[in-house]
Design a protein around this ligand. Sequence first.
Ligand code: MN
Length: 193
Amino acid sequence: MKFELLPLPYAYNALEPHLDEATIKIHHDKHHQTYLNNFQAVVDKYPELAKMTAEEILTNLEHLKVDDNDWLKLKNMGGGFVNHNIYWSNLGPFKNIDQNLINKITAEFGSLEKFKEQFTTLATSLFGSGWVWLVEEPNGKLNIYQLPNQDSPLTLGHKPILALDLWEHAYYLKYQNKRADYVDAWWNVVTLI
Ligand code: MN
């Protein structure tokens, strides 16, 4: 399979002033593209992988028969490719509230505010590079957690719903060391909630 970097469904400057144009452009055109290129290079070495979607590869990661070094690249670069697809699709200049999701969040976390507080605490307390995720587990329950690096919830058997990239490349140009300010800004451009 030839994987594709989808163009952003909004202009590079559409998330201003919360997420700045320069960061979005580099993040999408350079970082995301590089994960894709490196992922594709490994997938192209294995005919059995070439038949799978990127999501299938991450879901079945533990069972793939590939060299150790290639396995690590599939995990890191495949995760980087798919995680960023989710990140971009969660964002936009206009709200597109998912009322079912809000109802579910309210039922499971007590209120939307409590959910956002817990999610934000996980985001600001993450050590090193990684992501915070809202996922649906196979039993239908929602969960929020940190994952390091580019690890994917798909590998845990969870369905990703909301993804917050906490690698410094996601915010350093505008927010430098102020990760909490980036997290606050990010909530403003999340469309679902
Ligand atoms: Mn990123």
